[in-house]
Design a protein around this ligand. Structure first.
Ligand code: UD1
Length: 420
């Protein structure tokens, strides 16, 4: 296992390129199961999660090539219908092979993904949506067994206790592309990654309207064909790099960052006093010494993303004043609080709230990454700290950031990898 060492306190300078979106590419790769034709996906980030999805496609019988950010998926043999526990349990997004397999093969057996460190993470909305399309679904021995001689379009309400669900919307949208008649998904997730999946499905011949809004309409077609698609930039990586520049009071140009996908984040950072110059596809962070503490509440898109909650907490922990951070998507997603406090932050957790009292400075310390975004938070805190920070268990970081340490190093950070 590797750990990251960061010598903090240095300013960053220069330009950095955001990679393709992890959360867009995973369901889009799953969508290639809907056709026997070849599909070409460009701008694919080389991540542990991407490679897990490619392994699943291979295990189901697809031929997969991945070279220089381009994935080609083709078929030479019959598609399998069983997605194994080992692969699905290592990554929750694997569960979105269920919808495409069911639509294509009329049956699927997919392992339940289980919980993870950030919360229980049920799949009831996925199953509700597929049952709404007429699938017969049973849960046995840790697997979801789904059958449907013919899926039928229907009106399906997909709002849950915590709002819409990104992957449930994706799963049901993919299944309904090949259903008989019209499907209306109400309270569908509006995330840009869901809209990107819809764009890919449309290129494959699907008839979809309303992507990016809370009501998506899908008119089923008989079959889908191959398509070529370029993945949208990763808005969570862009936000992480924005915060890296702000936390080190640096001058950084973030390229391949789309302000139109980053509204809530830009709004909060500007409210805190950040100076950001935006074009259609880049954000230039101007160096600024003093920010103000701001309150943040995570919400489904277009609200402030839960996937940036940990990173903004690192920024608020060194911003004088009090910031209340409310987590409305995963009320237990606060594993990073204790680690930030080990570095000298002063954060109290009260249920779904974190009360962050900004301190003048953090001090480097050995800390442990617990999940993907918490790892990024600790790296950001390390950049702003006095002395050396050692972040262990960084395999979490590799799940979702393409070469983060290389990108930060190219901006002048002192960050390197060592064996534990
Ligand atoms: C996706 C993202 C993840 C992000 C999350 C919320 C991918 C690969 N992952 O995960 O990075 O943190 O959206 O923006 O895109 N829920 C239910 N029942 C369900 C499904 C979800 O109650 O059947 C709840 C969840 O526990 C959570 C909320 O709904 O509280 C939103 O989760 P959801 O949008 O489904 O997250 P994912 O799609 O798994």
């Amino acid at each position: 296992m590797d750990k990251l060492i960061i010598e903090g306190g240095l300013k960053l300078k220069g330009g950095v390129q955001v990679s393709g979106s992890k959360n867009a590419v995973l369901p889009i790769l799953a969508a290639t199961l809907l056709t026997d034709d070849a599909c070409i996906i460009k701008g694919v980030p080389n991540l542990r999660d991407t490679n897990t999805m490619l392994k699943i496609l291979r295990s189901l019988g697809k031929n997969v090539e991945f070279d220089k950010g381009i994935v080609t998926v083709s078929s030479s043999k019959k598609l399998g219908f069983i997605a194994d526990y080992k692969l699905v349990s290592s990554m929750r997004a694997s569960f979105c092979v269920l919808g495409p397999l069911l639509a294509k093969l009329k049956k699927a057996k997919v392992s339940l993904p289980g919980g993870c460190i950030i919360g229980i993470r049920p799949v009831d909305l996925h199953l509700k949506g597929l049952r709404g399309l007429g699938a017969d679904i049973n849960v046995e021995t840790g697997y979801v067994l789904a059958k449907a001689p013919k899926l039928k379009g229907a009106s399906i309400y997909l709002g849950g206790v915590y709002g819409s669900s990104v992957l449930a919307t994706g799963n049901v949208m993919m299944a309904s592309t090949l259903a008989l008649g019209k499907t209306i998904i109400e309270s569908s997730a509006c995330e840009p990654e869901v809209a990107d999946l819809a764009e890919f499905l449309i290129k494959m011949g699907a008839k979809i309207r309303g992507q990016g809004t809370p009501i998506i309409e899908i008119e089923g077609v008989r079959h889908l064909h191959g398509a070529t698609h370029t993945i949208i930039p990763d808005r969570i990586e862009a936000a992480t790099l924005l915060i890296a520049a702000l936390i080190t009071e640096s001058d950084v140009l973030i390229k391949n960052a789309l302000p139109k996908h980053l509204g809530a984040i830009i709004d909060k950072l500007e409210e805190a006093g950040a100076s950001l110059d935006k074009t259609d596809n880049s954000i230039h962070v101007r160096p600024l010494k003093k920010l103000n503490a701001v309150n943040i509440t995570t919400l489904p898109y277009p609200g402030f993303p839960t996937d940036v909650q940990a990173q903004i907490m690192a920024l608020m922990s060194v911003t004088l004043g009090t910031s209340i951070i409310t987590e409305k998507i995963y009320p237990d997603r606060f594993m990073h609080v204790a680690e930030l406090n080990r570095m000298g932050a002063y954060i109290q957790r009260e249920g779904p709230y974190a009360i962050v009292n900004g301190v003048r400075e953090l001090s480097g310390a050995p800390v442990m990454a617990s999940d993907l975004r918490a790892s990024a938070c600790l790296v950001l805190a390390g950049l702003a700290s006095r002395g050396k920070t050692i972040v262990s268990r960084i395999y979490h970081l590799e799940r979702g950031y393409e070469n983060l340490e290389g990108k930060l190093e190219s901006l002048g950070a002192r960050i390197w990898r060592e064996k534990e």
